[in-house]
Design a protein. Structure first.
Length: 68
């Protein structure tokens, strides 16, 4: 199955549309446009059609703490 995932990042950062072989999961951290983001919500946009599933994932930027 191919998952076509629309990632939207809260706070005005640009999102992306990505094809992937595994669905995203809530709490998963991914890199979008050079920023580390955490998935906070996943919504199925359409029922799966053939070998494709269409999902929407809302993300929030993750604050990266610097070790000093």
């Amino acid at each position: 199955m191919i998952y076509k995932v629309s990632y939207v990042v809260l706070g005005g950062l640009p999102g992306i549309i990505r094809n992937q072989t595994k669905p995203p999961t809530v709490g998963e951290q991914i890199e979008i446009g050079g920023h580390l983001c955490e998935v906070v919500e996943i919504v199925e946009l359409l029922p799966p059609q053939g070998d494709y599933a269409y999902l929407h994932a809302t993300c929030r930027p993750v604050e990266v703490s610097s070790a000093e």
